[in-house]
Write a protein that binds this ligand. Sequence first.
Ligand SMILES: Cc1ncc(COP(=O)(O)O)c(C=O)c1O
Length: 395
Amino acid sequence: MPTSDRIYLDYAATTPCDPDVVTAMLPYFGDVFGNPSSIHRDGQRGWQAVERARKAIASALNCASGEIVFTSGGSESDNLALRGVVLAAQRNKQRPHLITTAVEHHAIGRTLAQLHTDFNCDVTYLPVDQHGLVSAAQVAAAIRPETRLVTVIYANNEIGSIQPIADLAHVCKEAGVLLHIDAVQAASQLTIDVDALGVDLMSLGAHKFYGPKGVGALYIRRGTPITVTQTGGAQEQGLRAGTHNVPLIVGMGKAIDVVVAQREAYNAHVQHLRDLLIEQVLTTIPDAQLTGHPTQRLPNHASFVFKNIDGNDLLMRLDMVGISASSGSACSTGNPEPSGVIKALGLPQDWQLGSLRLTVGKHTTQAEIATTVQKLREIITKMRATSPAVQRETV
Ligand SMILES: Cc1ncc(COP(=O)(O)O)c(C=O)c1O
């Protein structure tokens, strides 16, 4: 639980572990410590716990248990999906072409950049519209005979927009191209039924849905050509070597059970607060714009840009008054740069640095929203009063 002396509005960065998840994990830090790969009874107790968690995840995804590979989190799942599919294609002497968007998380973007520069892959980056979305028509037009994989972020971590995954899947299926989605942000709120979505690979990370950090999963549709990238033991059907992290896997299984059971009530709670937040920010703070799609966005996600505001400075000032938030600009001392996602939206230069992400969750209250809007308004007014850019505009 976030501490009561602060307002935590960064649930997209991470969520606190649900108390039931902590309770479920505890025995596996103690008495039940056997290695699931050992054949003795102690080992088998660990193995059974891992398989129960796998079943819980498979049930939430509407897939078979054998299609789930446990990983260390969203980044590793993304890496295994991209590198594994590329390795499998190269084994068949193909030079793979991959398609992605201009608004991916670094776990995808930097992996693809390396696959291009060092591993002889061709990558197409699709531009997005003003809301950060791509269309099925764009994907269809980019597919070539040598295209192996399309990889798209399901719900955007910075701007909350939800891509039209089922439409993209239709195009990919028609062309015989694999579709991977990064569902790391989506899993807490949106459907993750892999058949309804029509995807071949999907990445998850437990700490974004009230599970523990350091554990995730990759869904791999049966029959998908993929090669192991972390070699060693034969765990996870030979696709991910390494002794299972039993407590964390158990925690992920419990977290997905809780998230699925509570989804409707959770979404109603967060969407109400998010709408309040967006409405109050846009009506009380001048020169503020919502980023991402106005309606096709994560129920808990509010993101903005403010004209002539330095997002990093804004974050530090919010932190000083007890509010944890996030920005789309990377903090590199003396040289603030807008993120690739913010740049891709085509905003004017004087808006790009002033991005702010406020993501609400289980423990957020209406009173916290009211305090946040008030503090934000005060801080922005003060910052603009001393901003050289604003001074220049007013003369
Ligand atoms: C969309 C998305 N993908 C991947 C990741 C990486 O997840 P992790 O840091 O758990 O490896 C994140 C984390 O912020 C994310 O938001």
